[in-house]
Design a protein around this ligand. Structure first.
Ligand code: RP5
Length: 162
């Protein structure tokens, strides 16, 4: 794959089944990405190094999946100027509201854009929208994707009417 523009990061291999959805969307749009498992609390040095080097390595958006706390997206966002999109991972104990509330409630000064619990596909779409601000071809792909979404709804509506 060519120079990755999006870094998909997650705190544990257990997040991978959820975070794969982000990779699938980026693949569908032809956006180069990389995936890493980096834990803010178990591999803090590697996590910080990754975040500090991200912009210099040509990455433009980071997507970070984390369960139970805002630790990973928060730490990444604290040391990179890149936009960070947090994916709250569903948890066994609290269903993922713990992840959601902590990520969406990042204190003033260091924002993390937050999608729905397990909303990795939307995180990728948001990353694509950010990249599409100055990429016309990507913008056209996004509009074509939305047109397909509309057509799916219209087709179902038509089936129901017939
Ligand atoms: C978080 O702890 C990870 O993002 C993961 O969602 C959660 C549980 O991790 P494991 O115990 O499955 O490794 O840091």
């Amino acid at each position: 794959m060519s120079q990755p523009l999006v870094g998909i990061v997650m705190g544990s291999a257990s997040d991978l089944p959820i975070m794969q959805a982000a990779a699938e969307v980026l693949r569908e749009f032809g956006v180069p990405y990389e995936m890493r498992i980096l834990s803010a609390h178990r591999t803090p040095e590697a996590t910080l190094r990754y975040a500090r080097e991200a912009v210099g390595r040509g990455l433009e958006v980071l997507i970070a999946g984390a369960g139970g706390a805002a630790h990973l997206p928060g730490v990444l966002a604290s040391v990179t100027p890149l936009p960070v999109i947090g994916v709250p991972i569903g948890t066994k104990s609290l269903g993922g509201v713990d992840s959601l509330y902590s990520i969406v409630q990042m204190p003033r000064g260091i924002p993390v854009a937050t999608v729905a619990i397990d909303g990795a596909a939307n995180a990728a779409l948001l990353a694509i929208q950010i990249l599409a601000v100055r990429d016309r071809e990507l913008r056209e792909k996004l509009m074509a994707y939305r047109e397909r979404l509309a057509q799916e709804v219209e087709a179902k509506d038509q089936e129901l009417k017939d």
